[in-house]
Design a protein around this ligand. Structure first.
Ligand SMILES: Cc1cc2nc3c(=O)[nH]c(=O)nc-3n(C[C@H](O)[C@H](O)[C@H](O)COP(=O)(O)OP(=O)(O)OC[C@H]3O[C@@H](n4cnc5c(N)ncnc54)[C@H](O)[C@@H]3O)c2cc1C
Length: 382
């Protein structure tokens, strides 16, 4: 039997749906309002990385590890695999300077208890694990076997099915106004008004506007990103591969590659910092192809069949925002890498709301820290 305060989760992306489901599993009275269709936001187009090796900030790294560990349990309860698997992750490095930076990065990471780090591999060792890595530009690579990947469209579809099956959601309910009524809230939408004791703002790129409706400042800046997919290909890579940005090559974005269960290659990513105008652009498509074929020349003739563009929002320290606003019955959940974080975000936010405390959510993630930060620029800090 559900009980306790009534909770409205605003925004039905990977983060809002995971939080709503975890609250439901903990017996809370929860309803999720989504302005469009569940899973129709940026979560559908994420690259699918559920990886720890790229996280330098110790809190973010610990949170990524928590999410990797919790994902199988969440998916068991949802009743879907969504392509989740321990695929391992590679970061490929083209210069000595990048290798040195990576050693310092690892030294920082190893301060996090329980973290097993990553290995440095020579080109021959890289090729043995992943034969597609044979570019003469690659000096060295790092590999973490415990990193995972997931198929983002399958993830959001699975979460949406679970949310609908549990009867938790109202779609087409764009939040237009938020009023304080007594100790709780009233939320106005085109499909009706909703009363709640507690609000969770999980509206992604729309979170800043939602907080403003409640009279709260949430200083986030947009980043729009583009990623491409190919038609299904014969097996090419089994792991996640990122080629680190090489500052010696102008206009070369970091390059990332993953092959989905259906054989499609997901190739990215061009980011536009400070821009909320997500659009698939010819120039970005060309930049992605040029950058990829430098390291994977055999992909030069593989066509793209779909471009994806979306917007996320970040504060100036590049860390996610998870926590309560002061003592208000108002919580914020805006991820940095929401696909990777979705499992941990759902569990920890539900614990925080139900228990009033969650040690896995450090002050470094709190919305209250944002007032002490410089204005956001849309740059990813970590
Ligand atoms: C190109 C690209 C590649 C990426 N790759 C990865 C990756 O490999 N791994 C990773 O972890 N992350 C990746 N990300 C980031 C990741 O996609 C996002 O962090 C994550 O999906 C955000 O989830 P969310 O639920 O917060 O937002 P969303 O999925 O955008 O959900 C927010 C929801 O809120 C709704 N909403 C907004 N305003 C309102 C309103 N006023 N009323 C009602 N509803 C509202 C929206 O309709 C939307 O459905 C990538 C992002 C991009 C752009």
């Amino acid at each position: 039997m559900s009980g306790g305060p009534s909770i409205l989760v605003l925004g039905g992306g990977a983060i809002g749906m995971s939080i709503a489901l975890h609250l439901h599993w903990r017996g809370s009275r929860v309803c999720l309002l989504e302005g469009g269709a569940l899973g129709g936001g940026v979560s559908r187009l994420g690259g699918g990385w559920v990886a720890a090796q790229g996280r330098r900030n110790p809190y973010q790294l610990a949170f990524a590890l928590e999410s990797i560990a919790h994902y199988p349990h969440m998916l068991d309860r949802v009743g879907a695999r969504a392509g989740f698997r321990q695929s391992g992750s590679f970061l490929l490095l083209e210069t000595e300077a990048l290798v040195e930076q990576r050693r310092a990065f690892l030294a920082d990471q190893m301060t996090v208890p329980g973290y097993d780090g990553f290995e440095f591999l020579s080109p021959a060792e890289l090729r043995k694990l992943e034969p597609a890595i044979r570019s003469r530009h690659i000096l060295c690579g790092t590999y973490r076997a415990g990193d995972c990947s997931i198929d983002p469209p399958a993830l959001v579809d699975a979460l949406a099915t679970a949310v609908r099956r549990a009867g938790l959601s109202v779609e087409g309910a764009t939040v237009e106004a938020i009023r304080r009524v007594g100790a709780g809230w009233e939320v106005a939408t085109p499909v009706g008004d909703f009363a709640a004791d507690v609000i969770v703002n999980a509206a992604g790129h729309g979170a800043r506007a939602i907080s403003a409706l409640a009279g709260m400042d949430l200083p986030l800046a947009p980043i729009s990103g583009q990623i491409m997919t190919t038609p299904p290909q014969a097996p090419y890579v089994r792991s996640l591969i990122v080629v680190a940005h090489n500052p010696e090559i102008p206009d070369c974005p970091p390059r990332d590659l993953r092959q989905g269960a259906d054989g499609r290659l997901w190739v990215g990513t061009v980011n536009h910092h400070g821009s909320g105008e997500a659009a698939v652009r010819r120039a970005d498509t060309e930049a992605i192809r040029k950058a990829m074929t430098r390291v994977f020349p055999e992909l030069a003739d593989v066509p793209f069949d779909r471009g994806w563009a979306g917007t996320r929002a970040l504060p100036s320290d590049g860390l996610p925002v998870y926590g309560q606003v002061g003592d208000e019955p108002f919580y914020v959940a805006v991820p940095m890498s929401g696909i990777a974080e979705a499992a941990a975000a759902g569990r920890t936010m539900a614990d925080l709301i139900v228990d009033g405390d969650c040690p896995a959510l450090p002050p470094a993630f709190s919305p209250d820290r944002l007032k002490d930060l410089p204005p956001p620029t849309g740059r990813m800090g970590h």
